[in-house]
Design a protein around this ligand. Structure first.
Ligand code: THU
Length: 520
């Protein structure tokens, strides 16, 4: 039970990396920084992203820090073994992939080709990595003579089938692609099967616009499936539907380029829906990143920045906006490939408290946060951005301790109580000249939460010691406070004892007070 939201928007700025991460070198990308390269063009003009807090993200201070960012901000590392669009988006949606998609520098193995030939009744030509235009020039005539299918791949995880439209009509070619898609399973689950129809005469063959992609379905359940099961809308803009092979999507909006994508996002922000609107803006990657066009990339980001105020103005009180990326594609490095980098993270909403979300260990923290926010059950390895760690709760208890009123004992105690709705109530001990009215820190926190209508508690942190000094040993709650806790809290309520200097011990309420008094 946390703050509930009606709509979540995720906007993926495709390939906007936020700098080198600990395993960049393993991917051949030591020192990569997509945002860094954009900044070095001198052309970046992104005042809205800066006021949200993009420059407050660790490692991005060169963009310009602000004192009061309007969004919660952080960066995320990828855990999946890859740096492609599909794995990046799947991880955002809660699926962490240990295996990259298979590639075939020597062509597809005989068992795949034989199964494909058997199922289609046609033989296969080529079967190696090839350029799409060269392959029809070199194999087109033979294909027209024999009716055999031209199968080729590239450095990417693709199984491509080229055929002349007069020999194999596009509809038939799509059928062959579906057959290939079914054969390419398990270790051979390539990222996409692509139909590549062409027309014309030998010597002047030309590819047509009838290309069609058959993406691999996510290998496990994603947050999109969970949202659909929870009867939420899942609106997919741009490449999103293709990336998830249509799985878990209630409505798709195919757009071409960033401009159309942003326009569609604006339209959907005006729509009354319940659930997720998942947007991919592809130009950053396909038009600028892969072409090493840093200036074009910077200007495209400026255009996104200029779109933000209008978009944000359309958000309602119960909306959450997440802006992030799926991988890097540093236009400043020699290669035109993707780069393994952190991705930036901005989380904005009227109900979102701007704060530092730190460096997240996986993109799936998005899935965890979004499904929690929309109140949908979903198992994944992500952590909610707004969960408060034991150490953070203890720091809040220490802060509360500064308010202790303890002139008689000189013993200051602080408590921080986290409710299941995500709020924190603070308490300190408050003494009295007649001694007995003294109230302990834990009870101050619990009573103020109860007075505020909160009775579901997630955990409590307590620290105490000589006033004006950092606690040098744990302060255990008194018997009365334990009894009060047992009135409102479950026996396994975590009770955190310690302090920032001495560390935090985790106990359970039942271990502190077995056999509490109970009239029931
Ligand atoms: N105190 C607490 O605040 N919490 C406890 O659980 C134990 C005791 C305070 C009460 C009093 O002001 C001071 O510590 C010394 O007893």
């Amino acid at each position: 039970m946390r703050k509930k939201f009606k709509r979540a928007f995720i906007i993926v700025l495709d390939s906007l990396g936020a700098g080198e991460c600990p395993d960049s070198a393993l991917f051949g990308d030591a020192g990569a920084s997509t945002l860094g390269s954009l900044f070095r063009t001198g052309r970046l003009n992104i005042p809205n992203l800066i006021s949200m807090g993009i420059g407050n993200i660790e490692g991005l201070s060169y963009l310009g820090k602000v004192n009061n960012p309007t969004a919660a901000y952080g960066r995320m590392a990828e855990r999946s073994n890859g740096k492609d669009t599909t794995l990046g988006h799947w991880e955002i949606a809660g699926l962490i992939s240990k295996n990259p998609f298979p590639t075939y520098p020597n062509g597809f193995p005989p068992e795949i080709i034989e199964a494909f030939e058997e199922a289609t009744g046609r033989k296969v030509l080529c079967n190696k990595p090839y350029s799409g235009t060269d392959v029809i020039r070199d194999y087109g005539e033979e294909h027209m003579r024999s009716g055999d299918l031209i199968v080729y791949t590239s450095a990417d995880s693709v199984f491509q089938i080229a055929a002349h439209e007069d020999i194999v009509p596009p509809e038939k070619l799509y059928e062959y692609c579906s057959i290939a898609r079914k054969i390419l399973m398990g270790e051979h689950s390539v990222g996409r099967v692509i139909a590549r129809p062409f027309i014309g005469e030998a010597g002047s063959f030309k590819r047509t616009a009838n290309r069609r992609d058959f993406s691999v379905e996510p290998w496990g359940k994603t947050m999109l499936d969970a949202l659909r099961e929870g009867e939420k809308d899942v609106l997919a803009v741009g490449k999103i539907s293709d990336i998830f092979a249509g799985c878990g999507i209630s409505e798709k909006f195919i757009t071409h380029g960033n401009g159309e994508g942003m326009e569609m996002a604006l339209k959907l922000a005006e729509r009354d829906f319940n659930g997720l609107c998942f947007v991919n803006l592809v130009d950053f990657d396909s038009v600028y990143g892969h072409r090493n066009d840093a200036v074009g990339y910077a200007e495209a980001l400026n255009a996104f920045d200029a779109f933000l105020p209008e978009f944000v103005a359309k958000l309602c009180d119960d909306d959450m906006l997440i802006i992030t990326a799926d991988h890097g594609c540093d236009p400043g490095d020699v290669s035109t490939d993707h780069t393994r980098e952190y991705v930036p993270l901005l989380v904005y909403g009227k109900k979102i408290e701007p704060r530092d979300l730190g460096t997240r260990a996986q993109f799936s923290d998005v899935a965890r946060t979004v499904t929690d926010a929309l109140d949908v059950e979903f198992e994944c390895e992500g952590k909610n951005f707004f969960d408060i760690s034991d150490a953070e709760l203890m720091m809040l208890a220490e802060k509360a301790r500064e308010n202790a009123y303890c002139p008689y004992s000189d013993f200051a105690v602080g408590a921080a109580l986290l409710t299941k709705s995500g709020k924190v109530y603070l308490g300190c001990n408050i003494e009295n000249a007649s001694f007995s009215p003294t109230v302990c820190a834990e009870r101050t926190a619990i009573f103020s939460a109860v007075a505020d209508g909160e009775r579901d508690f997630a955990k409590i942190a307590v620290c105490g010691g000589k006033k004006g000094e950092k606690p040098n040993k744990i302060c255990t709650p008194c018997g009365v406070c334990r009894q009060v806790m047992s009135e409102f809290c479950s026996p396994n309520l975590p009770v955190l004892l310690g302090g920032s200097e001495i560390g935090t011990e985790r106990h359970s309420l039942s271990s502190l007070l077995p056999m509490s008094f109970d009239m029931k």
